[in-house]
Design a protein around this ligand. Structure first.
Ligand SMILES: [Zn+2]
Length: 221
């Protein structure tokens, strides 16, 4: 049985202590930068075309519209990027399945994961929406194909509590800090908590967030 957490910089972190898909954020950041740069250039052309129109220079204005606001080039680049990301996701997930050989994968519900990243809002939304769906779909597919059980658990507070003692700790980037147990990798700590959630007799998939907090607080005393 392996618990998986959507890592902050990686595709997944596992309860067995491994990280997969460490280049994912780099790939996404690169695309975001490209889109931002592109938008900047586009708005410059936009302003220039408007200026030409105002001056009555319709031919020049039309040339700008024609050559810089086409959908075709944009779509080709977008498809190329999406294909790269998809193949990287599959490559990383295959690595995970081959290396861990799980009989059961325990995961948070990936549709509700806050894929924390540094993207500007408009890009972040576009990028992460399809990626979330895609990752979940691929994990489910690969589990089914390999006869592996896929279990979704309630992941509330799994990244904020220590998997060893259950205390609420502090997360700073990649590091999770428990006052009693010390430092650890934040995503791997979450992966271990997710694995434990499956056996939790008090917290099920439908236990409300606030309720989970109360239960966890009670255990600390
Ligand atoms: Zn601890």
């Amino acid at each position: 049985m392996v618990g998986i957490d959507k890592g902050h910089r990686t595709l997944i972190a596992t309860s067995s202590g491994n990280l997969y898909g460490e280049k994912l954020n780099h790939l996404l950041n690169k695309e975001t930068e490209r889109l931002n740069e592109k938008n900047k250039v586009r708005s410059q052309y936009w302003a220039l075309a408007k200026k030409y129109e105002k001056e009555g220079n319709d031919q020049k204005a039309q040339n700008i519209w024609k050559h810089n606001f086409g959908k075709k080039k944009y779509n080709v680049q977008k498809e190329r990027h999406d294909a790269t990301v998809k193949s990287y996701i599959n490559f990383s997930l295959n690595q995970f399945f081959q290396q861990e050989k799980p009989s059961e994968v325990i995961s948070e519900d990936l549709s509700f994961v806050n894929w924390k990243d540094k993207f500007p809002k408009h890009v972040k939304r576009k990028l992460s929406r399809w990626i979330k769906g895609y990752v979940r779909e691929r994990i489910e597919f690969k589990c089914e194909a390999g006869g592996i059980t896929y279990t979704v658990v309630n992941a509330a507070y799994t990244s904020q509590t220590c998997h060893r003692c259950g205390s609420f700790g502090k997360r700073t980037g990649e590091v999770f800090d428990c006052e009693t147990c010390g430092h650890g990798h934040a995503d791997i700590n979450a992966g271990k908590n997710i694995k434990k959630r499956k056996e939790d007799s008090e917290i099920n998939l439908y236990t409300p967030y606030n309720e989970v907090k109360k239960i966890l607080e009670k255990r600390q005393i």
